[in-house]
Design a protein around this ligand. Sequence first.
Ligand SMILES: NC(=O)c1ccc[n+]([C@@H]2O[C@H](COP(=O)([O-])OP(=O)(O)OC[C@H]3O[C@@H](n4cnc5c(N)ncnc54)[C@H](O)[C@@H]3O)[C@@H](O)[C@H]2O)c1
Length: 274
Amino acid sequence: MIADINIAVVTGGGHGIGRALCRRLHDDGAIVVVADLDLAAAEEVAAEMQGIAIGVDVADETAVAALVERVENDIGEIDLFVSNAGVGFGDADDNAASKHGGMHASDDRWEACWQVNVMAHVYAARALLPRMLGRGGGYLVNVASAAGLLAQIGDAAYTATKHAAVGFAESLAITHGDAGIRVSVVCPQAVATRMIGIEDDSDTTEGGFGGNEVDGILSAREVADCVVDGLAAGRFMILPHPQARDYFQRKAADHDRWIRGMQRFRRRLAGEQQ
Ligand SMILES: NC(=O)c1ccc[n+]([C@@H]2O[C@H](COP(=O)([O-])OP(=O)(O)OC[C@H]3O[C@@H](n4cnc5c(N)ncnc54)[C@H](O)[C@@H]3O)[C@@H](O)[C@H]2O)c1
């Protein structure tokens, strides 16, 4: 158990990584609030752990503020808030083989990615920071993606918004670290969840993204364990797939070379000539 986490809120806690995090935090002794757009799923998860389920659309600032207010009034001070809910529309209209890379996704889809993958983190921080600063500490954890450091081939909106999510987390950490606010950002590669077309709780290690994942698929439980280890170690950047660090270092060392490598990778995914 991370010593000072008694009450934790996890958005997107009804499925996938969020659900695994709820379970792990509960096992570690926390009171867990499972917040999700899918209230029925949140209720199922909460029922496993005498937790509390709350329906929320994290794209709605008023709803996020109401969630924070309700938990703090009815249950107690939130020690850890995990902004985990996220969306990606992948290759529904477009795919990795496409020449457009997801750019022509509808504005509604771009906006949904912006709201859920970025603004939801901003809304949570706006609602919580005054409270956490007032009491001298707290944890904010934002689940972004390795796509926020590297790229998700074929999904420009996911890539751009996850980059923004990483930038926002950096900004929070830089601004509020001295005041005792601990910020972490989680950047996994493929994880076995519905987001990549795999049913919840699968231990599948291949076949996500239509078989185009790299470096294997982690289970949601493995990611949750990694997040808790990262929090305990006080890490800002939590990388469940260690390879992501090497890729990011190579990108920083020679951005142009990295782009050429990604172009080759895209051609391979598209079945084009190398
Ligand atoms: N699965 C992966 O390969 C992978 C890789 C890197 C990062 N991520 C990130 O991990 C996070 C969790 O994704 P997952 O893989 O567990 O996906 P998932 O689809 O299994 O779960 C996402 C959860 O978020 C909820 N949600 C979606 N929109 C919401 C909204 N507006 N308000 C409240 N809840 C909402 C869903 O109902 C669902 O319970 C996301 O931010 C995702 O981008 C996933």
